[in-house]
Design a binder for this molecule. Structure first.
Ligand SMILES: O=P(O)(O)OC[C@H]1O[C@H](OP(=O)(O)OP(=O)(O)O)[C@H](O)[C@@H]1O
Ligand SMILES: Nc1ncnc2[nH]cnc12
Length: 182
């Protein structure tokens, strides 16, 4: 399940470190310069997609909010649909709900119950994986709908927080990341 970028991603410098944000000791990885750069954004979407081309992906699931920014072009590129996993109270119809742990406290994500069917083959996409709490909550929502998870794809992986270990405890599917931060 271990899949990382085989070739260096030439736009790594467009992910900018913001020290001590949102709190002291945290380095925030700002992807907005990368997605604002026309060549960088397109190279990023192509690279994240390349790995799953031809694998029969029918739906991409991305979590609010940055997962929408990267998940929708990935879905378009794969010829798949996009399903948003949203914060509570945002989706208007019947939903599945999944709680997940944050560093302090808990949060929830929801998807529409009829957004996925057991015939769907899904990848879970986000800009960044840190503890993997968000990705695992999203995966649980996909499972509740009976759809099959083919893998996970991220721009950035904070490897020092061991997200692959966390995902690997529950899923054997491929985890792809474009940039690894040790
Ligand atoms: O692996 P984790 O520890 O769960 O962290 C990763 C998540 O954190 C960020 O989202 P955030 O919750 O900050 O929301 P945002 O997309 O609205 O900025 C990021 O976009 C991932 O979804
Ligand atoms: N260090 C970080 N930078 C940007 N987004 C994040 N989400 C969780 N941890 C993050």
């Amino acid at each position: 399940m271990d899949v990382a970028n085989e070739t260096p991603f030439p736009y790594e410098n467009l992910v900018v470190d913001i020290p001590d944000y949102p709190e002291p000791g945290v380095v925030f990885k700002d992807i907005t310069p990368l997605i604002a750069d026309e060549r960088g954004f397109s190279a990023c979407v192509d690279a994240m997609t390349q790995h799953f081309l031809g694998k029969g992906v029918t739906k991409v699931v991305g979590s609010e909010a940055r997962g929408f920014l990267i998940g929708t072009p990935v879905a378009y590129r794969l010829g798949a649909g996009f399903v948003p996993a949203r914060k509570p109270g945002k989706l208007p119809r019947e939903v599945y709900t999944q709680s997940y742990a944050l560093e302090y406290g808990t949060d929830e994500l929801q998807i529409h119950k009829d957004a996925l069917s057991p015939d769907d083959r899904v990848i879970i996409v986000d800009d960044l994986v840190a503890t993997a709490g968000t990705a695992l909550a999203t995966a649980k929502l996909v499972e509740q709908s009976g759809a099959k998870i083919l893998g996970f794809s991220f721009i950035l992986e904070l490897a020092f927080l061991n997200p692959r270990e966390a995902i690997g405890k529950e899923y054997s599917q491929e985890v792809y990341s474009l940039i690894k931060v040790d």
